[in-house]
Design a protein around this ligand. Structure first.
Ligand SMILES: *[C@@H]1O[C@H](CO)[C@@H](O)[C@H](O)[C@H]1NC(C)=O
Ligand SMILES: *[C@@H]1O[C@H](CO)[C@@H](O)[C@H](O)[C@H]1NC(C)=O
Length: 593
């Protein structure tokens, strides 16, 4: 840092700017070398920031709730809508708050703001211009996930039935209806009727569910090898390919690119990158799990388009402007781009992934501050999942610590007994959850995302506490969200208040074709990968296997050449023992494929 500003008095200042605009790679260096008084200065600043409004959020909190935004899209009350949207304003960014402290001169004395931004960008990026990625010491004991292609759930088990119900739902949905708005957007003829709910043609978030559908169907295909589903998902990819080709720029969405103009101008719009993340992730999953070369080509083309958009924002305005735009929900854009990079090894994808690592949020976690209350939970958990991918890919330990600290804070201070988190989509005061018990608890999307955070930590540490959390959260917060064996009927929030019922919350039970909430998207994914995180492999010279969950299933353990069958008896209140039997056969015949 001293290259930029040499005077001691200015060091604290640069530090603040780092929090504001650098990637946390630099933060890590600072953390190590920082004198205690500078940490003090940093924390005081954070406190100051919290007085003037929640950082990292462009929208007033009420408006960053999906529930409220869906209400706004549907309301007949035009005056409410106009009022809500006109009240839309930028909360003070770190920069403007800093300027109010009257220190601008000090900053400008050394380097102009614009220049400074560029310098920061340059410094953050030069490390990987030539893909100078730190290669993580791949410890022998890192656990690898096993392929869903090799796991089969017992159809008579609770897990097997939940998977089957979801398969039936995926098969009920119609390709023409799913892609209706994509075709309209591309200027193609769109036969059939669009779906309702959040997929309705006037919903700004339309298309998000289609992204989830691609992920869910790829996972379900791997889990069942159901040919009917394979054909359906292939024709969905073909239809979307036609839309992307017709548009001709790489852009693929059910809403117009103007939404991104609004996003980049820090104007009101409902989370366009959130939806793009789902579409890109869906395409990538279709490639990884179902071998679709076309889907890979499509997602790479999308990454080109959005890479150019981000580059233009930075060149035309500043990196600062780009970071401000990220204060609108962007889902796991960093996560999908890191995953894409691990497939393509194209440094452009890595740089773009870094540009979606939201520094104002990850920075707080890097300095181990619990500032979660007031944040929109499901906006930020995926950012942490992406940061974890950054650790896996670059080996930078700060991102491992960020994930561990985050999990610890959520578990110790923001979780219910069920393992779930969030109230009305937000985090509330730490360790004060009793007052929040009602109908709008633990949004199921947040459970879906916390499970991702948790399973990564388990893979890296093998600590049983993570396995316990995983089991608790999946049993209470995933298996509970379907209504019996009825395909396409799920909840959004899990009511936890005394005497409340799933049927009588704000959303209640959803419907097959007219809900498509965010939690329908994550729901169809969750029930398509119930075979995940039961087994993990340790690929040493002598391979070993970890059984994380007791679920009746079978698993082909290829590296050991054996097939394993697990049978778990349903738990009874009168039997204090959990009865599990595991049979191993060394039959070389691999029967699933
Ligand atoms: C796919 O699953 C559905 C629902 O269980 C079933 O009716 C159908 O026969 C399966 N398709 C194939 C090709 O097995
Ligand atoms: C979560 O908190 C509980 C209660 O304090 C503790 O027993 C458990 O180990 C924690 N789990 C994780 C993953 O931190």
């Amino acid at each position: 840092m001293s290259e930029i500003v040499s005077e001691e008095e200015n060091r604290g200042l640069i530090l603040l700017s780092v929090h504001r605009s650098s990637l946390s790679l630099t933060l890590h260096e600072i953390k190590r070398s920082m004198a205690p008084q500078l940490i003090g200065c940093f924390l005081v600043f954070l406190l100051y920031g919290s007085v003037s409004g929640k950082e990292c959020t462009n929208t007033p909190n009420e408006l960053s709730s999906h529930t409220v935004r869906a209400q706004l899209m549907s309301t007949e009350k035009q005056s409410w809508k106009a009022h809500a949207l006109s009240d839309y304003h930028l909360n003070p960014t770190d920069e403007s708050a800093w300027m109010e402290l009257g220190r601008r001169e000090a900053l400008n004395k050394e380097v102009g703001i614009e220049e400074f931004d560029w310098l920061m960008l340059y410094r953050s990026m030069k490390g990987f211009g030539g893909v100078e990625v730190i290669t993580r010491q791949r410890g022998e004991d890192l656990l690898s996930e096993v392929s869903l292609h090799d796991v089969r759930l017992d159809p008579d088990s609770m897990y097997g039935r939940a998977q089957q119900t979801n398969l039936e739902y995926l098969l009920l949905l119609d390709v023409d209806r799913l892609v209706w708005s994509f075709r309209k957007q591309a200027g193609l003829s769109a036969p059939g009727e669009p779906y309702g709910g959040w997929e309705r043609p006037d919903m700004e978030i339309r298309g998000h569910f289609v992204g989830h559908y691609m992920s869910a169907s790829a996972q379900m295909w791997a889990s069942t090898h159901n040919r009917t589903l394979y054909e359906k998902m292939s024709s969905l990819i073909d239809a979307l390919y036609e839309c992307q080709k017709k548009t001709g720029t790489g852009y693929l969405s059910a809403f117009p690119p103007e939404f991104f103009d609004r996003f980049e101008a820090i104007k009101s719009v409902w989370a366009p990158y959130y939806t793009i993340h789902k579409i890109m992730a869906g395409l990538l999953d279709q490639h990884i799990l179902a071998g679709s070369a076309k889907a890979l080509q499509m997602v790479v083309w999308m990454a080109d388009y959005f890479g150019n958009r981000v580059k233009n924002v930075i060149q035309k305005y500043s990196i600062e402007r780009h970071w401000s735009s990220l204060n609108e929900e962007t889902g796991g854009m960093n996560d999908v781009l890191y995953r894409l990079y691990s497939v393509t090894k194209d440094p452009k994808h890595l740089v773009l992934a870094h540009l979606f690592d939201k520094p104002c949020f990850l920075g707080l976690l890097a300095v181990q501050a619990d500032s979660l209350s007031g944040f929109h939970s499901n906006t930020h958990i995926p950012v942490v999942v992406g940061a974890q991918m950054r650790y896996e890919i670059t080996g930078d330990p700060i991102y491992k610590e960020i994930g561990a600290f985050f999990m610890d804070v959520v578990n110790s201070s923001h979780s219910y007994a069920t393992g779930g988190t969030s109230v009305s989509e937000f985090w509330s005061d730490p360790k004060r959850l009793a007052d929040t018990l009602g109908t709008e608890n633990e949004e199921s999307c947040t459970t879906y995302n916390m499970l991702k955070v948790c399973r990564n930590l388990f893979r890296w540490t093998k600590e049983m506490a993570y396995a316990d959390y995983y089991e608790r959260a999946i049993l209470n917060g995933v298996l509970s969200i379907q209504r019996g064996k009825e395909p396409g009927v799920m909840i959004y929030m899990l009511p936890l208040g005394r005497g409340h019922s799933k049927a009588r919350s704000y959303h209640g039970w959803g419907t097959k074709f007219d809900s498509f909430w965010c939690c329908y998207g994550t729901g169809i994914e969750s029930f398509s990968k119930l075979g995940d995180s039961i087994y993990f492999e340790e690929k040493r010279t002598t391979p070993s296997l970890y059984v994380l969950q007791y679920v009746s299933s079978s698993f082909i353990w290829r590296s050991a050449g054996i097939e394993l069958k697990q049978k778990t008896k349903p738990v009874n209140s009168f039997d204090p023992n959990l009865q599990v039997s595991i049979t191993i056969s060394t039959n070389e015949e691999i029967s699933f494929l």
